[in-house]
Design a protein around this ligand. Structure first.
Ligand code: DX5
Ligand code: ZN
Length: 224
């Protein structure tokens, strides 16, 4: 269904050693981007890093930054992340009062615009705004923690989103995040995702570069 799409593997530093971030970034230099999970302990029941740390990561990272904001009041805070020179900023639609305005603002500041949906958030209300987005993140676990199991219940939503994107002619990549392993990546790719976030499957491996290659091979095989 996603014929000829390129498979991207974005390791999540949520599963990295936060005391040695520079070394941890260097271990994934063959990745397509680094997925940076920002959590505020309000939108999700966990707390990670904020803007100053993301700005510093952007300065030293060997790969582009894919910032995933799991924060409340995101209309107010997301634009500053785009200003940090990152590749993409993804906000949760459940946390935004004005997602179209926000997506436009992110693009105007030079970042790709991503919009995320929790597992139980339907995609249908947002199909008219696909042109405003570069990426749709369909969460495949409840956001907040790494190491959870992939929710197969999200697969039909990925398929419907992919069909709607192809029907609209918009150029929007589908990203999946949560529980992506060498086993689940095939199902997610067959459903229509092409950008895969993997935290524990990469940083939990003895050789992260090898884990990235193995995931990429499986994902690309399923994408055709
Ligand atoms: C969860 C985060 C994910 C997480 C994925 O809320 O958004 O990016 O790090 O971790 P794994 O791959 O271990 O499920
Ligand atoms: Zn994430």
């Amino acid at each position: 269904m996603t014929a000829n799409a390129r498979c991207c593997i974005n390791p999540s530093i949520l599963s990295a050693d936060f005391v040695n971030l520079q070394a941890e970034l260097d271990r994934i230099s063959t990745a397509d981007a680094v997925h940076v999970d920002v959590m505020d302990n309000h939108f999700v029941p966990n707390l990670t890093i904020g803007l100053p740390v993301v700005e510093r990561i952007a300065q030293v990272s060997p790969v582009p930054l894919d910032v995933h904001l799991m924060i409340a009041d995101v209309d107010r805070w997301a634009p500053s992340y785009a200003d940090a020179g990152v590749h993409s900023v993804t906000f949760h639609v459940e946390a935004s009062n004005a997602p179209i305005k926000l997506a436009r603002e992110l693009r105007a500041r030079g970042s790709k615009a991503g919009m995320a949906l929790r597992p139980a958030t339907p995609v249908e209300p947002y199909l008219d705004m696909l042109d405003e987005l570069d990426m749709l993140l369909i969460m495949t676990v409840e956001p907040g923690f790494g190491g959870q199991s992939f929710l197969d219940v999200t697969l039909p939503k990925i398929r419907r989103a992919r069909a709607a994107i192809e029907g609209s002619g918009a150029s929007v990549a589908i990203q999946v995040d949560g529980g992506i392993t060498a086993e689940t990546i095939t199902r997610a790719a067959e459903a229509g995702a092409s950008i895969f976030v993997a935290g524990s499957a990469v940083y939990g491996a003895a050789d992260p570069a090898q884990a990235i290659e193995a995931l990429r091979a499986k994902g690309q095989l399923a994408l055709g």
